[in-house]
Design a protein around this ligand. Structure first.
Ligand code: PMP
Length: 426
């Protein structure tokens, strides 16, 4: 196996970019990539090519959205047909409701859609609607769940240097945001019940990722989501599924379909437009219709026709027969292969998948809690991602791997062989 020794073209660009871009990158998390951010020229299917001419099998997939692979011919053709018709109208057009109808057909129990550009915006809209509909102010979120980077929601995601979770996550964040949230351990229905049955807590909504993708790809405990639904019903609290990662990925209808529990609002982004900036808030008609009763939902770029054309093409590909069965097979094969690579190398790790989302948690034999996840051996894992990169595998820090419809069983086999080699080198 020939190894990449260094990335001179990327290293040079990284030094240059630090002079003109805040933090050298377009979004802070990308600066965490080891050994330094790489610069890419193109992507095709499951493969990326960097500026030094190296190619990689891509498990980053744009941090999740590129679910039908890079430059899928149907997506390219659809967007290319739309582009000459104009880039935005700031007015109504057919794709807005046509794609909304397709989203509603996919997700059980939803009546209407609001388009936005990012998951962060759609999460904020969900909170605003929930406050308006219930007349209550506060909300519940769970440890390690991520609902975007707004002042209101960027809380309880990662412990600070002292292990505390009940702190603003960012300098400059409005500290009073903390007074509006109660952060609870996940999969603990009794804790939720205690808070929701206390009227002084004034809880408008419970936000949850249906699978805790952002902190270890942990599945809900059997019955937990159904119990959330029941407690919310009993207390007049709204249930919001943040399906930014899980939507159109762990089933066509996301976690809502996979676990058979219908929330009041569903937040979608990432996979829905195959890599174009699109998010959606889907929900019950009476809730979403609050926008006709004084709840403000705005955005110059909302419902952009090029982006919605991309969404249509992405949904076409995802709707092909066998997509989600293949995701289960490939996700299972990657998880099993990586698990055996770790175990044969004598390195403890938990490896699991939910459909095409795979998670490696290094340096431990059990990872059922948020603390198990945050205290795993991430320094070791950072070194592993560099060794994988040297062997043509591009993967995320933090242990999550994404598969697309473009990945094949042969890609997975080659990747597992590269992981064996990389682990042996460490
Ligand atoms: N919710 C979840 C579950 C997410 O994973 C993310 C992004 N990783 C967001 C919300 C925020 O989405 P965006 O980055 O599009 O603002």
């Amino acid at each position: 196996m020939s190894l990449i020794e260094s990335w001179p073209g990327s290293a040079q660009r990284w030094e240059r970019a630090k002079g003109s871009l805040g933090g050298g990158v377009s979004t802070g998390m990308r600066a965490q990539m080891k050994p330094h951010p790489l610069y890419f020229e193109s992507g095709q299917g499951a493969e990326l090519r960097d500026v030094d001419g190296n190619t990689y099998t891509d498990y980053v997939l744009g941090w999740g959205p590129v679910i039908i692979g890079h430059a899928h011919p149907h997506l390219v053709e659809t967007v290319t047909r739309q582009l000459p018709l104009g880039q935005t109208f700031g007015a109504s057009h057919d794709l807005e409701y046509e794609i909304a109808e397709r989203v509603l057909a996919a997700i059980p129990g939803m009546d209407r859609v609001l388009w936005s550009n990012t998951g962060t915006e759609a999460d904020q809209t969900a909170l605003r609607l929930a406050r308006a509909a219930t007349g209550r102010r506060r909300f519940v979120k769970f440890e390690g769940h991520y609902h975007g980077w707004s002042d209101a929601m960027l809380l309880g995601y990662r412990p600070d240097a002292n292990g505390a979770l009940d702190r603003p996550a960012s300098r400059g964040q409005n500290p009073s945001a903390l007074t509006d949230v109660t952060i609870l351990p996940w999969n603990d229905a009794a804790a939720v019940r205690a808070v929701l049955t206390d009227p002084d807590q004034d809880i408008a909504a419970v936000f949850t990722e249906p699978v805790l993708c952002n902190s270890g790809v942990l599945e809900p405990a059997p019955g937990f989501l159904a119990e959330l639904r029941a407690i919310c019903d009993e207390t007049g609290t709204l249930l919001v599924f943040d399906e930014v990662i899980t939507g159109f990925r762990i089933a066509h209808g996301g976690g809502t379909e996979r676990y058979g529990v219908t929330p009041d609002l569903v937040v979608l982004a990432k996979a829905i437009a195959g890599g174009f900036p699109l998010a959606a808030l889907a929900g019950r008609g009476d809730l979403i219709d609050e926008v006709t009763r004084g709840v403000v939902h705005a955005g110059t770029y909302n419902g952009n026709p090029v982006v919605l054309a991309a969404a249509g093409a992405t949904l076409d590909v995802l709707a092909e027969p066998g997509t989600y069965e293949r995701f289960e097979d490939l996700g299972g094969a990657l998880a099993t292969g990586l698990a055996s690579a770790f175990s044969d190398a004598g390195r403890p790790a938990v490896v699991r998948n939910v459909g095409p989302v795979v998670q490696v948690i290094p340096g431990t034999d059990a990872a059922e809690t948020f603390t198990d996840f945050t205290t795993a051996d991430w320094d070791f894992y950072d070194r592993l991602t560099v060794e994988l990169l040297r062997r043509g595998v591009f993967s995320l820090p933090g242990g999550r791997w994404y598969l697309s419809t473009a990945h094949t069983a042969a890609d997975v086999e080659r990747t597992v062989a590269a992981a064996r080699d990389a682990l042996a080198a460490l």
